[in-house]
Design a protein around this ligand. Sequence first.
Ligand code: NAI
Ligand code: MG
Length: 333
Amino acid sequence: MLKVLILPGDGIGPEIMASAKTLLTALAVPIQMSEALAGGAALAEGLDLIPPETLARITDADATLKGPITTPIGRGFSSVNVSLRQHFELYANVRPILSLPGTKARYQDLDLIVVRENLEGLYSGQGHSLSEDGNRAELKSIITKAGSANIIRHAFETARKLSRKKVTLVHKANIMKSTSGLFLSTGREISQAYPDIAFEEMIVDNCAMQLVMNPERFDIIVTTNLFGDILSDLCAGLIGGLGLAPGANLGHDHAIFEAVHGSAPDIAGLGIANPTALLLAAAMMLDHLGLGDAAARLRGAIKQTLTQGKCKTSDLGGDASTEQYTQALVRAL
Ligand code: NAI
Ligand code: MG
């Protein structure tokens, strides 16, 4: 039996995780699921934000499936998500963007992957400070050649494994000459080892525009942490919204699978969240665990249900609850 640790998260987390547990059970895969707490859910039980026991259970698991965890804006605790990525050195955040039938997608045939560096740069929040008078704020961005090489190599290896044709490195090296410049020069160097895959460079603001106007031109995008965060939400918008975009946080020894979206406090507790993004993340996890057939069955059930179009959550223009949609998926399986 493979060990899967479930972190339900908060906000809509427990609602969409219930759906994922139902489908993983219905797939009858050889995995043993257990749960642990992190974030607000752990604080509510009088535990640490990331209890040591949760860290030990993630270490022990073959894979972790995680719900979204709220991060307070501006004050309060720092991000549990970022801390977990740092702690387990999950350097690669892989976010496939695939159009699904029966959705309000702006583009019907998109199939691209955002490969986001997950540990460095502005997003990692190193050197936060605010002067005593509150008039000056500072944050450090540190980019290393080793960190850049890890993620860029991951993008090229993914391209080879999936027979993809092109890697686009997205940067802002014209302005952020040191940090983005190092990322770009590392990419130029590494691309030499992959003559079979086209290598393209693009400045991030142009990339945002190109993604909206002409997203079919992209295959694999590799970029630094903050740019990847922003562009992957943009990409989710192209295929019908955050309810459809999954992600994997991958390291050499551990992997945490989750949706791209957050805890969606505006709809939490209403039972209407779309669990598809988390379910597609669960499918990525099944692939990772060598259970590719089950992953394909899960994706097939989602495609079939959305194509029929009778049972959809409200973000996709339907009126089904999370539970009704989940039951439709179980029937499709
Ligand atoms: P969000 O991604 O939670 O929500 C943005 C919008 O998309 C909202 O209108 C929401 O209702 C909608 N949405 C998101 N997921 C949906 C789903 N599955 N079904 C239907 N609609 C969905 O972003 P927001 O509001 O900026 O962040 C809320 C909290 O989540 C913040 O505390 C943030 O830090 C945290 N967050 C956590 C992440 C994680 O755990 N990996 C990732 C992103 C944000
Ligand atoms: Mg984000």
